[in-house]
Design a protein around this ligand. Sequence first.
Ligand SMILES: *Cc1c(COP(=O)(O)O)cnc(C)c1O
Length: 448
Amino acid sequence: MGTKKITRRQAITAASAGTIGTFVNWSFPSLTFGSKMQEKLAINGGNKVHNGTWPEWPVWDQSAEKDIVDMLRSGRWWRGNGEHVVDFENKYAELMGVKRCLATASGTTALITSLKALGVDAGDEVIVSPFTFIASYNVIFMNKALPVFADTDPETFLIDPSTIESRITERTAAILPVHIYGLPADMDSINAIAQKHQLKVVEDACQAWLAEYKGKKAGTLGDAGCFSFQNSKNLPAGEGGAIISNNEELMDKCHSLHNCGRPYGSIKRTSGYPISGSNFRMQQIQGLILMSQMNRIIKDADIRLTNALYLDAKLKEIPGIVPYKLANGATRSAYHLYPFRYLSEKFNNVPRDKFVRALNAEGIPCGSGYGPQNKDGLIEDTLNSRGYKRLFSEARLKKWRDENILPGNDKLCREAVIFSQNILLGSASDMEDIVRAITKIYENRETL
Ligand SMILES: *Cc1c(COP(=O)(O)O)cnc(C)c1O
């Protein structure tokens, strides 16, 4: 293994000769591979490292069944005539340590609503991270605004704050940082830029339940934070979302907007509906499912964290494997996915996708994350649409295209490898298998 290639005998010899540092720095003190390393890779017909299964997701809690059946039999299925959605909102606000939570139909509708409530309008611009789920910038298009991509820091997988300010124009209304994979973005730097230029900040915390930045929950650091409870998420309900904030007036406005523009709290008018809104309401059954899922979220998050810290320590010892780095100020990730970078130059130039297939063949499910979505055809289609041509000048769209060059993001899109959150709910021996499988691929890289 390059400079780390040292046998146990050499290490002990070195230690007894007085160069104790060599022994202490030995890469794999607790793993003994021996002849196993000569084993044929599973992708080449050898035995798999991991033969067992992985935890399934989501996990159903049968104790919720009576409440669900009672609610179904009552016919009170929508939030307007039951308590379950409000119960969940109160419980989630308490968990997050904020004054208010509004449940929504999805994370996407939570983002659309909060951008609109903060005043993002047709013809505005919103600065967003490109390394994200498509909804993060679709919601900007849904508000008829222009998503302007800042670059990604490949080490943190997050928006690089130093690339935001140069993209601000007189039309910029908001910044939409994404805590991707549950990794908190550098919110102090982002908030400082927002304050200087009087911009709103909406956190896309749709993958970041219980993540922390300087000990505060992700989603509580901007003007509003948005969450998703879609089936694959760490807090699942099939579909669902939430907006959280300490700003009462803003939350009143979000409530009104998500409920067809009906009056709510400070949002009043003497006759008719006070504002133009939509229907993004959560149903009672989603509230009940979420209440039951809340019983496990803290325990699950702790298991993921313990396993992730183990992987952090072990994977960084393997040449060419670079785990994510927490951004400045981030104190805890939520691990919707566990990400690392794969440097093919350390793996005999085996392409990343072949490495992913080889790891899958060893019984370790993994994927390659997001592609360079800032170059997706749907974006050009939208910019070339009749509506966008009316909203943005040719000169503005030319500048957008000139600036849509993101070397950090391109690099990360070539190098990222990810494990999904249910993998991180596995046992300690499952985690050892992950390390063993990657080590096996490294040792046998010439055969790939
Ligand atoms: C899941 C997700 C969303 C959208 O949430 P839905 O509930 O699927 O609408 C938005 N942003 C990110 C980063 C997500 O992962």
